[in-house]
Design a protein around this ligand. Structure first.
Ligand SMILES: NC(=O)c1ccc[n+]([C@@H]2O[C@H](COP(=O)([O-])OP(=O)(O)OC[C@H]3O[C@@H](n4cnc5c(N)ncnc54)[C@H](OP(=O)(O)O)[C@@H]3O)[C@@H](O)[C@H]2O)c1
Length: 136
């Protein structure tokens, strides 16, 4: 379908590194989309491979379906100290992890959308990153 011009780019979802390697022998793969967030880092090896190969890494459930975003979030204390919201900190942590990271947080609210987009402008100190890394 790609050679027929019906598909421009190919991305894969929920794959292992071995599966991406096998797929790339058949066609170029531009992105992968796996479950990845502060509380679930099982796709770390895939993230490392993606960064090394210049493949976009799309972490789905970047807010752990909201568990990292609300009042009861484990990020609440760090977020308050930073002057941001837990959701913003969860997204900023992802964006600091790798230049190939492209989070896709879901929301039904314009206010949350604006808050989440603003997370792209947050700069975290090495100490803050270390504290976030230690949470899981
Ligand atoms: N590839 C796959 O296999 C796969 C599987 C599942 C999902 N996905 C994709 O992953 C994306 C994200 O999934 P998701 O939306 O279910 O999970 P998510 O982004 O981790 O969490 C969304 C939840 O977080 C809340 N939220 C968002 N921003 C917030 C904020 N600033 N403050 C407080 N709460 C906030 C939302 O509530 P509000 O509506 O109140 O903001 C919603 O309940 C979607 O595009 C989905 O299609 C892919």
């Amino acid at each position: 379908m790609q050679s027929e011009g019906k598909v421009r780019h190919i991305g894969l979802s929920e794959v292992s590194v071995d599966e991406v390697v096998a797929a790339r022998a058949v066609a170029p793969i531009v992105s992968v989309q796996n479950l990845y967030n502060l509380s679930n880092r099982r796709a770390s090896a895939l993230l490392e491979y993606s960064a090394a190969e210049g493949i976009a890494f799309i972490p789905w459930f970047p807010l752990a379906t909201g568990a990292l975003a609300g009042q009861g979030s484990p990020l609440a204390t760090l977020a308050e100290a930073h002057g941001s919201t837990p959701s913003q900190l969860a997204l900023a942590w992802l964006l600091h992890k790798s230049p190939v990271m492209l989070p896709i947080p879901g929301t039904s609210s314009v206010a949350h959308l604006e808050e989440n987009v603003a997370a792209a402008g947050i700069r975290l100190s090495p100490e803050e990153l270390e504290a976030l890394d230690a949470l899981s």
